[in-house]
Design a protein around this ligand. Structure first.
Ligand SMILES: *[C@@H]1O[C@H](CO)[C@@H](O)[C@H](O)[C@H]1NC(C)=O
Length: 238
């Protein structure tokens, strides 16, 4: 009992004076508590924590996204993504005693930057270079990761994301705007833009994977840098 009280105090003290005071440590098997704690911590983490080496997620700068797949070559540069701080966590499984953890987030994000497209967009030939905007309403992303405990630079146990994968689906819609398609030829550009916006779900599945991958990578990097900076015992009670 005494030990229990001391431990309880230790947890309260570490929660209040620790490196991450915005995180309420939960028992690792308690998903209800973990979900509430993660949701509460999200805006702090998304804003960036320079003292912990955690880069901001909102706005998120992605210098380069490119892919060459299915006959379409795509290069997005100087990309800025906003909205990640308002993501809702729909579900979380973070029982560190199991090899697999998962988080489901639901976000509405806006992304803009410079694009270069050439090739075939599903069925239509497409060509162009200029500014772009993509607005995605309610993308649900499931991230599954393997988290291990490793010894940190401070000599304490830390969580470490060993590997991860993701899957996504857009629930409401996505809107695409590509300025200067076909060098500004509106007769060629308008049908392509109409096609994209009428078939936003196909475009999201076939064209957006490298975009979503870049966003999820940044989220996982942020989680990993938080795990690296903050010992496991400040993030959960084991
Ligand atoms: C899980 O956490 C919630 C909220 O923090 C708490 O109300 C609940 O009693 C906990 N459940 C268990 C089984 O410990």
């Amino acid at each position: 009992m005494l030990c229990y009280i001391i431990c309880l105090f230790a947890v309260i003290i570490s929660a209040n004076c620790g490196l991450a005071p915005f995180i309420t440590p939960c028992e690792t098997q308690n998903d209800t508590c973990t979900l509430a704690a993660a949701q509460a911590a999200l805006p702090y983490v998304a804003a960036g924590l320079p003292e912990l080496g955690v880069k901001p997620l909102d706005p998120l700068n992605i210098p380069l996204i490119n892919s060459d797949q299915g006959g379409l070559s795509l290069t997005f540069t100087d990309n800025v993504v906003t909205g990640l701080k308002n993501c809702k966590i729909d579900g979380i499984r973070h029982d560190i005693t199991k090899p697999k953890q998962s988080v489901v987030i639901r976000c509405s994000i806006d992304q803009s930057g410079h694009y270069k497209l050439s090739g075939k967009l599903i069925i239509l030939p497409v060509e162009g270079e200029g500014r772009y905007n993509i607005n995605i309403r309610d993308i649900v992303i499931k991230m599954t990761s393997e988290v291990r405990i490793i010894q940190g630079e401070d000599g304490k146990p830390h969580w470490h994301v060993n590997k991860w994968k993701h899957a996504y689906q857009v629930k409401t819609n996505a809107h695409f705007q590509f300025d200067n398609l076909f060098n500004g030829n509106k007769i060629l550009a308008e049908p392509v833009e109409a096609f994209m916006n009428n078939n936003w779900n196909d475009v999201m599945q076939e064209v957006a994977p490298p975009v979503v991958y870049s966003i999820v990578s940044a989220v996982m990097d942020t989680i990993e840098s938080l795990f690296k900076a903050v010992p496991a015992d400040e993030l959960a009670i084991s």
